[in-house]
Design a protein around this ligand. Sequence first.
Ligand code: CTP
Ligand code: CA
Length: 223
Amino acid sequence: VANHFESGVLAGVSVVITAGPTREAIDPVRYITNHSSGKMGYALAEAARDAGARVTLISGPVTLQPPERVKLVRVNSALDMLQAAESELEHCEIFIASAAVADYRPATVAEQKMKKSGDEMSIELVKNPDIVATVAAHTPHPFTVGFAAETQDVEHYARGKLASKNLDMIVANDVSRKDIGFNSDNNAATVYWPEGQQTFDTMNKHLLARELVAILASRFSAN
Ligand code: CTP
Ligand code: CA
């Protein structure tokens, strides 16, 4: 890995990374979200920067410090994240979707704070657009890397997403493991691409980010 960084394996390459959760508003004071910390995406942004890339980080709400020498675009909702991603596409050579995008959003956002009334209430949800699949459907499209958070049949679901979203690579995490993932400083992953795969055992997210940048740079230049 060290050699890749000394040689600036992504020198001058434009990389766009989505990171963190999205927030889907219910009313002016409430929203739906998830436990994504953004740590993996921020670590990838730093690793890509250190490999010489020009990095844009499209980030949902997280508590992390913005990395230096990285263009940070802050967004809240999945719809905002999609718009930000599409407006960065013109000069994007590698797109990495590490964000934990909410799959659904409330069908309507109440203008005023909702008042409690009956003993039960329900919120109608509608599907959000798939950001990484939208990016990969463009012609031409950047080298596109997705993530897959799975609790079972990791390879089966990850390879399914690789194919159905037209991705060049996918990084799969087993989120059923209590020791790693979401809010942890460590992570383990298996990377799949159409002709191969590589597994990285549990390690610090910063180290894993460097390994991931090294392997995606080699797949990117083989493309
Ligand atoms: N993703 C995205 N836009 C969405 C949902 C997911 O860009 N609306 C991206 C994620 O950033 C990730 C990949 O798609 O790179 C896979 O996300 P994941 O939640 O694992 O897969 P889904 O396709 O949403 O399927 P499911 O949640 O049902 O497993
Ligand atoms: Ca999902």
